[in-house]
Write a protein that binds this ligand. Structure first.
Ligand code: COA
Length: 259
């Protein structure tokens, strides 16, 4: 069963997350497939833009929590050679425009990855959340840097410290997304935006994107490394174990015994 579907059509490389039975939770194999697809899109002269999308009602519920428990990204290397890191690195280094069609719930890395896309269109049924702290973890992939920058410390604290979910209108209002679309239209709209790059000069687009990302690049990479080390340690923490077990036991976690 292919949980990531890829294809190139009319100048657009599409990466469709397709594991609806687990709400599109991302396994290591899926991250690797997504990294490979982005890297292939970079190399393919016929590709002018990349489109990342999900299934009706769900973009992705984030990292597969069972995978987190069974195969946590390595601690010694800060997880920097793990498939999830390879995917995020590929996304960060993609020199072609990346458009996200957020078809529904975007949880954890489902929201984090949007910070590194160039265009984000959200379904009017989408729910977004960065629930890391509630899972005994910390923000990842430079979200501790980029979210406060994007929406200010106050609103970032709601999203990252309280782990409050938010809706599509708020995603636009706080600068995370370009626009809200009816659920049935979000993918086609995002695809049309991606296809606009067929009519633009690819060299200028590439250099403009590099200029837009350039000034912060080193800071983003350094933050990812710092977060990664803490995240890897916290994945093995008793707080995270309690949160993960509570998720699978379909109960609220109990953090009262921790100090
Ligand atoms: N990892 C592993 N399995 C997951 C998952 C994840 N991130 N998200 C959902 N699933 C599984 C559920 O365990 C369930 O499996 P089951 O049918 O074998 O019991 C199945 O997908 C359906 O999920 P369910 O929670 O019943 O669907 P829902 O519609 O009630 O809620 C979500 C959807 C996305 C809101 C909810 O699944 C959720 O909050 N997921 C966890 C998100 C999360 O914390 N991600 C961050 C990881 S860092």
């Amino acid at each position: 069963m292919q949980h990531v579907k890829t294809g190139v059509n009319n100048g657009v490389a599409t990466i469709e997350i397709a594991r609806p039975e687990k709400k599109n939770a991302l396994t290591q194999a899926m991250y690797q497939a997504m990294a490979d697809a982005i890297n292939a899109a970079r190399e393919d002269a016929a590709v002018r833009a990349v489109l990342i999308t999900g299934q009706p009602g769900v973009f992705t519920s984030g990292n597969d929590i069972e995978d987190f428990m069974q195969r946590p990204p390595g601690q010694g290397s800060d997880g920097l050679d793990s498939p999830v890191f390879r995917f995020m690195r590929a996304l960060l280094e993609c020199d072609k425009p990346v458009v996200a069609a957020v078809t529904g719930a975007a949880i954890g890395i489902g929201t984090t990855m949007l910070l590194h896309c160039d265009f984000v269109y959200v379904s009017d049924e989408a729910r977004l959340a960065m629930p890391f702290v509630g899972l005994g973890l910390v923000p990842e992939y430079a979200s501790s840097l980029l979210v406060p920058q994007l929406m200010g410390q106050r609103r970032a604290a709601e999203k990252l410290l309280l782990a409050e979910p938010f809706g599509p209108e708020q995603a636009v209002e706080c600068g995370l997304a370009n626009a809200v679309l009816p659920a049935a239209e979000v993918v086609n709209h995002a695809r049309r935006v991606a296809e606009r790059f067929n009519a633009l000069p690819p060299g200028a687009v590439r250099e403009a994107k590099a200029l837009m990302r350039g000034p912060q690049r080193e800071q983003v990479l350094a933050t990812i490394q710092t977060e990664g080390a803490i995240f890897a340690r916290r994945l093995r923490s008793p707080e995270a174990m309690e949160a993960f077990q509570a998720f699978f036991q379909k109960r609220k976690p109990d953090f009262s015994k921790f100090s």
